[in-house]
Design a protein around this ligand. Structure first.
Ligand SMILES: [Zn+2]
Ligand SMILES: [Zn+2]
Length: 443
């Protein structure tokens, strides 16, 4: 069995991994390195062509598996975050006969990206529910195991082949109290471990953080603390989070209703992720909140809010990373019919993804807000990624023969290698530090 770590091993972003056994190959994820594109135009409309994206390192370098091109029989996507799904429209067409397999929500988001980007994909889109399997060929079965993360319907993928089982766990956390969806299916993971896992490709983003990642329930409590526990009478409240974080959005809506404020979502990407979740009946937000995706309507609504009284509303908008063309940056820059007043609240229910451009954007945004005397509440958030003590439990359940740390640069990958050595794995023999484009043969 050969594994090519195509992308996401030198950076946090553009995840893609390929596995070849016999004359068949499968691909896990095709993601964007979002930071490379985010400063173009706006947060999600990329007008760059595929080869330009390749040049700037925004998409995985699929050319490193060109010799496997004819062998690819399936493309599997673990969840709908753009660092896992965002390059599908640019790359999947190179393997026209390979179906793209994902959970209903993941495929729904993929469909909306295909429409947004006006791209025709030759690949078949195949829906597979969490905790179910699909036999692709006689010696190849794909299994989705339910897991928790910061968006809906995330799965750990187990690929059962004639040469053993490969498990792909990018991204996940172990949350025993999810606010939407089921707990991680630890029972099944343990069964897989008992049967034998040849290789585990493992999200190492927080492997260097010595704790257990808190549950989403904790984030809800943090939000409650801020929203219900501060004096916001007479003032606007604007909250921002990741548009795909439906559980968090649901908590904000619930709290807004408790505060007797009308909840309004502003921004195209919020509209996209919420609409997909509602279509699949995973959440009910419309009826409790108004979701406005289009610019003209946003302007009308903001004017209405200013007139009716800003303290009657809770506004949720895009722009948690300070993206220059996001709704929040435009509100702060007075590009919309909106003026902040002293002591208005802005709640960042997120963490700034630590890259120089993000940090610069966010700093500029906060400076503008502070200049307008806005009260800022940062880091009202818990991570969607497992930390070191979760990994210890995860590894104990799966007991893989080989570990390939993924989802980060060398510092993150080494943190996982370090934990693995603690657990008895040997660097270079059973735990493998890989870079983009490298290959590993496992017997
Ligand atoms: Zn990710
Ligand atoms: Zn993710």
């Amino acid at each position: 069995m050969e594994i090519c770590t195509v992308g996401g091993y030198n950076e946090v972003g553009r995840n893609m991994t390929a596995v070849k056994f016999g004359d068949k190959a499968v691909i896990f994820d095709m993601g964007l390195h979002i930071e490379k594109v985010v400063n173009h135009e706006d947060e999600e409309r990329y007008n760059l062509k595929s080869d330009q994206l390749l040049d700037i390192g925004a998409i995985p370098d699929y050319r490193t598996i060109d010799d496997w091109k004819e062998n690819v029989v399936a493309i599997m996507i673990g969840h709908c975050h753009l660092d896992h799904i965002g390059a599908v429209v640019h790359i999947a067409g190179k393997y026209p006969n390979a179906p793209i397999i994902g959970t209903p929500y993941t495929i729904e988001i993929l469909k909306s990206i295909i429409i947004d980007d006006k791209i025709k994909l030759p690949n078949k889109l195949v829906v597979l529910n969490a905790d179910s399997s699909l036999e692709l060929e006689k010696d190849l079965t794909v299994e989705f195991v339910n897991i928790t993360h910061s968006t809906l319907q995330t799965v750990v993928i187990a690929l059962h082949t004639s040469e053993g089982t490969v498990v792909y766990a990018n991204d996940f956390k172990l949350d025993d109290h999810p606010t939407i969806g089921q707990k991680p299916n630890m029972k099944r993971l343990r069964q897989l471990g008992e049967k034998g896992v040849k290789v585990l490709i493992l999200d190492s983003l927080n492997a260097g953080i010595f704790k257990k990642t808190p549950s989403e329930k904790v984030a809800k409590e943090m939000l409650k603390d801020v929203l219900l526990g501060t004096n916001n009478r007479g003032h606007a409240i604007i909250a921002t989070t990741f548009s795909s974080h439906i559980a968090r959005l649901k908590s904000i809506v619930e709290l807004g209703m408790k505060m007797n404020r009308k909840v309004i979502f502003l921004g195209r990407s919020l509209h996209k992720y919420v609409t997909a979740a509602e279509k699949l009946k995973l959440v009910k937000i419309s009826g409790q909140a108004l979701v406005i995706g289009y610019s003209r309507e946003v302007r009308q609504k903001l004017a209405q809010i200013a007139k009716e009284g800003r303290d009657k509303y809770l506004i949720v908008c895009t722009g948690n990373q300070g993206e220059p063309n996001s709704m929040l940056s435009r509100l702060a820059g007075q590009e919309l019919p909106w003026k902040f007043q002293a002591d208005d609240h802005v709640v960042f229910s997120c963490r700034t993804i630590p890259s120089p451009s993000n940090q610069a954007n966010r700093e500029l945004l906060e400076r503008r807000l502070r200049n307008q005397k806005v009260r800022i509440f940062s880091d009202i958030h818990v991570s969607g990624h497992a930390s070191r003590e979760d990994h210890r439990d995860f590894l104990d359940a799966l007991k893989p023969e080989h570990i390939i740390p993924s989802h980060g640069d060398i510092t993150k990958l080494s943190a996982m290698a370090d934990l693995a050595s603690e657990l008895g794995y040997t660097l270079g023999k059973t735990v493998h530090l890989m870079q983009n484009g490298q290959r590993l043969t496992v017997n």
